[in-house]
Write a protein that binds this ligand. Structure first.
Ligand SMILES: *[C@@H]1O[C@H](CO)[C@@H](O)[C@H](O)[C@H]1NC(C)=O
Ligand SMILES: [Ca+2]
Length: 230
């Protein structure tokens, strides 16, 4: 009995340690296989948002639909989702039950793409910045993201329910880095600085340089630099 109690303490301690905050500057998550389980769960420092900005870089050669950033609440599995739809070659940001589409983008395979999505809860306007280029502002929904349940934020899989409901055919394979989230609309200038990787204000909800995350199954942390510095 005493041994069992000790074991429980050890296990819970190990889980706490695994979820420790890490500085991932210069690193990336590698999703090397198509699975319906492998993912990274990010713990945000805030849980309700009147506005949102999410920025990330990703690299893939997938020729099918895939999720790039999935935040679910108990009431909305697509509370905030960035999704690539192959059939129309569109990046589709979702807010709650609404979504908008951005087509005609050069979403080339085996290339890093920077994306920042801003959503202003006061006007309902959403805007995607693709590789530093601002795209048309589009209307989504007015309701601010206030929820009794803690949002679950997942990279590598697309949630169809709060923390699960994954579809192998929407999983992400490739690399994701530099994930930041703010609870306000980031200025154009700050988004340009993010894209250029020069001294931007890190996310106050998710900060890649102090990221609270847990890995499930085969996802690896690796160095992002892929070329010899000249
Ligand atoms: C995934 O896609 C493959 C190929 O299109 C299909 O055969 C399979 O049934 C799909 N799996 C699920 C779970 O939808
Ligand atoms: Ca889905």
């Amino acid at each position: 009995m005493r041994f069992a109690v000790c074991l429980v303490i050890l296990i819970s301690h190990a889980q706490t340690a695994r979820a420790a905050v890490q500085d991932l500057s210069g690193k990336m998550f590698v999703f090397p296989q198509q699975t319906k389980t492998a993912h990274v769960r990010l713990t945000p420092s805030k849980t309700s948002f009147s506005s949102i900005t999410v920025c990330h870089r990703s690299f893939t050669d997938l020729k099918r639909d895939h999720g790039l950033f999935s935040m679910a609440t108990q009431s909305n599995s697509n509370e905030f989702l960035i999704f690539y739809k192959l059939s129309t070659n569109e990046i589709q940001p979702h807010v709650k039950t609404e979504s908008v589409s951005y087509g005609g983008l050069e979403y080339k395979p085996n290339t890093w793409h920077s994306m920042c999505t801003t959503w202003d809860g006061a006007s309902g306007l959403l805007q995607l910045w693709f590789n530093g280029q601002p795209l048309a502002k589009k209307y989504t929904t007015l309701q601010s993201s206030r929820s009794s349940s803690t949002p679950v934020i997942i990279l590598g899989q697309e949630q169809d329910n709060h923390g699960g409901g994954f579809d192998i055919n929407q999983s992400f394979v490739g690399m994701i880095a530099d994930v930041h989230m703010w609870d306000y609309v980031l200025s154009s200038c700050e988004i340009q600085k993010y894209t250029a990787e020069t001294g931007f204000t890190p996310g106050n909800v998710l900060n890649w340089a102090a990221l609270d995350f847990q890995i499930r199954d085969r996802v690896l942390v690796d160095n992002k630099e892929m070329f010899c510095p000249s």
